[in-house]
Design a binder for this molecule. Structure first.
Ligand SMILES: *Cc1c(COP(=O)(O)O)cnc(C)c1O
Length: 361
């Protein structure tokens, strides 16, 4: 079976070494030594000044929204994982969808200004599949209208834009270290900011607002992560170069086949050093996509319609029109891509895609 993804697992002995240390110290969570070590190593690896390691990428979004005191309307993309939109609504703000660019599948920066009103407090945009948004244009709009910017950078480990990690952009960037992501700590996430005041707020928020055992500096939640999760991160970080290298090779193997298949690729933002985290392809019609999925599934290959459906169709939100996204999300498919995927398996997936476009349903 070839699934859409398979979590990376390091040699078990290396993880067990860390687990022994945890047993010796009897310190399982609450800002333990492994959590601190992982934060230091990640900051060094990514070349950022500040980051807070959290228990998942959704809490990261919620803490970011809360720490920036967002209110009213928040401009966002309908093409993302549900957590981007649900976090905005969860924090009592109204998601205002701006349609996506048909080439990059990121929020269309040329349509953002038209959506700004006196109630707009921020832009929350996703770097879809690890492909950078138009960060320069978005920054200019945010400056002009005095808006905050949060990037959901859950897919972005390893992507750089003009030489800087993508986590360095926006007022806050959030990420996820969930098991299915390029770099993972089983469950996990982080927030990044260059603003020391926002950092301090988020640090309090991560730990219930505690300022010592008897004082609470601010409203908080439980955003902490455990020593066992940090241990997985520390081991996996040792393999990150390997993971990134194999991902590039696998990506190029798909690239070899794709020109012969009736699908198109997304456009990667110029200036980006892309992490190849996902391999999305766009079919001409939903019918073509369904035909391909059926044939692949029949051969135990399980790609995923990611992201589907479009987030403007959520039942708990008022319907807003985003025709480009509504159309593309019915035609986009992510092909299997993970560390242990072999070249032969990629060839098999592509041969099946070729065959699918030849046969009638
Ligand atoms: C994975 C993901 C999240 C959520 O992260 P969790 O760690 O699973 O909470 C949010 N946004 C995007 C775009 C994601 O892919």
């Amino acid at each position: 079976m070839i699934d859409i993804t398979r979590p990376f697992l390091p040699p078990i002995e290396e993880y067990q070494e860390y687990v022994k240390g945890i047993w010796t110290r009897n310190w399982l969570t609450n800002n333990g030594p492994l959590v601190n070590e992982l934060e230091l190593r990640l900051k060094h690896h990514l070349n950022v000044d500040h980051m807070l390691y959290l228990n998942n990428g959704t809490i990261a979004l919620q803490i970011a929204i809360k720490a920036l005191s967002l209110k009213g309307e928040v401009i966002t993309t309908p093409f993302s994982y549900i957590a981007t939109t649900s976090s905005i609504a969860w924090e009592g703000c109204k998601p205002v969808f701006v349609d996506i660019d048909a080439e990059t599948l990121n929020i269309d920066s040329s349509k953002i200004e038209a959506a700004v009103t006196e109630h707009t407090s921020a832009i929350v945009a996703t770097h879809t599949y690890g492909n950078p948004c138009d960060v320069e244009k978005i920054e200019a709009i945010a400056l002009k209208y005095n808006l905050k910017v949060i990037y959901d950078a859950a897919h972005c480990f390893g992507t750089k834009f003009k030489g800087r990690t993508l986590f360095d952009f926006g007022d806050v960037s959030t990420t996820s270290f969930h098991a299915t992501k390029l770099f993972h700590t089983i469950e996990g996430g982080a927030v990044f900011t260059r603003n020391p005041d926002v950092l301090r707020r988020m640090a309090y928020m991560r730990n219930f607002g505690h300022n010592g055992p008897k004082d609470f500096a601010d409203i908080g939640i439980n955003g902490k992560n455990s020593e066992l999760h940090a241990a997985m991160g520390l081991v996996n970080l040792k393999y990150i170069e390997d993971i990134q290298k194999s991902r590039k090779v696998q990506y190029e193997r798909y690239d070899f086949w794709i020109p012969n298949i009736n699908v198109r690729k997304i456009k990667i933002m110029p200036g980006a050093d892309f992490n190849c985290a996902y391999y999305p392809v766009i079919f001409n019609t939903e019918e073509d996509l369904l035909k391909a999925v059926e044939l692949l599934n029949g051969h135990f290959v399980f790609p995923r319609r990611y992201f589907y459906p479009s987030l403007n169709s959520l039942r708990y939100l008022e319907r807003q029109e985003t025709p480009v996204c509504d159309d593309i999300c019915t035609r986009v498919l992510c092909l299997p891509l993970y560390h242990s995927l072999s070249m032969e398996e990629i060839d098999l997936v592509c041969r099946l895609l070729l065959r699918a476009q030849k046969y009638e349903l």
